[in-house]
Design a protein around this ligand. Sequence first.
Ligand code: TYD
Ligand code: MG
Length: 466
Amino acid sequence: MAKPKQRYICSSCGGEFPKWAGKCPDCGEWNTIPQEPVVVAAKKSSTMAGNSMGGIGGLGMGSGYAISTLVPKKFDEIETRGEFSRFMTGIREFDTVLGGGIVQGSVTLIGGEPGIGKSTIILMVASILAEAGHGVLYISGEESPSQIKNRAERLNATSKNISVLATMDIEQAISHLESGTYRYAIVDSVQSVSSSNLSSAAGTVTQVKHIAYQMMEIAKRKNITLFLIGQVTKDGAVAGPKVLEHLVDTVLYFEGDHNRGLRILRAVKNRFGSTDEVGVFEMSSQGLKSADASMFVSNLDTPMPGKVITPIMEGTRSFLVEVQALVSTTYYQYPKRTTVGFDARRLDMLMAVLDKYCNINLSTYDVYLNIAGGLRVNDPGGDLAICAAILSSVKDKPISSQYSFLGEVGLSGEISSVTNVNSRLSEAEKFGVTSIVGSERLEFTKSVKHVSIKYVRNLVQLIDSL
Ligand code: TYD
Ligand code: MG
């Protein structure tokens, strides 16, 4: 029998190394390898929790496939199930992100920082499932049944059919699932439960992977739809859900601005739908509410210098956002450039272009850029609006909120078209925009009766149009 070995395991990617390193050679993350090694059993081909084992090998185990039946099949020998059967929860944004409801028998991982709302959303979903008559087992390793009930009361999600099991022992949880009474199971969270078959502590990569494999095995066997909740910590101290991404069918990440109550649920992997979808929620005193696009703009009525609204894309959806720029004389040796909700390097680039082609010397100014509402803008279609906001602040001239800007700015100051022109236009129209300043290459296929369009080719023309 091979001897057990000492290994250093990265908490971010699960890579195993014989020596400690400050930077993980596999994923490149810093400080994710603990200085204390763990003792791992020498690999046998049947260990489910083996770190280097792929998902398929793990899944095939114990799921009833005898080796002799494993013969390759041609496509025309393979039966497909047709359309997946789905359950619509009625929580609009949640259903959208999943690509149209929960797929029966699927495994979904919901990740996010502590306090972002993972337990809240999953409890709301659990209650809806239970109300519809499905058996739901809520396995909680973090909170007591009374804490969960308190939250459910606050959310008005007190379906009598949810069964709560507060345990940190996965074997105990699995023994309850064996009964076959549950169609849905939730593990909140994968870091807080552990298996007594492994010597490592809860939350380590080995445990987290083992929990996921064990749960997936029973889920496939008993046809249970599974939700795994995973905590993401910035310092990587606890094994993050990253190590599970390749195993599960769908990965959703919850992100947002804690202070403003805005939450975005993003699909980063979906075997049953598109990963372009995002769901937007607002955290209220009664839980998460599907949010409207209007929450990203503060006050449309009062034009102020530096304030510009623009429709931007998040996945396949457009939102009207408010760009706020403040350009003020600097008192520092190096002028400040500060951004909230926007990439600082892209701002530098836009300022360099403005500097060169619009003849404004920004080197004597501090520039602050804020995207109101807590959304993060990654869409280059917002470039023109950002340039307009900066110009408006430099010149101290307000821009009416009936104006919106659409275009991507290139290094030579030319303005090019943006994607999803029609959906942006509809969003802008909804909020009373009557004029759009945009690239001359914008192709509207929708009629633009109520909106006038001013085409600009480059930033010089933008200044003229302002
Ligand atoms: P929670 O779902 O417990 O977060 P996670 O499971 O991701 O750690 O939600 C935590 C925060 O949400 C908490 O700070 C309280 C707040 N909250 C509300 O504002 N309203 C509510 O109705 C609920 C249930 C929570
Ligand atoms: Mg929680």
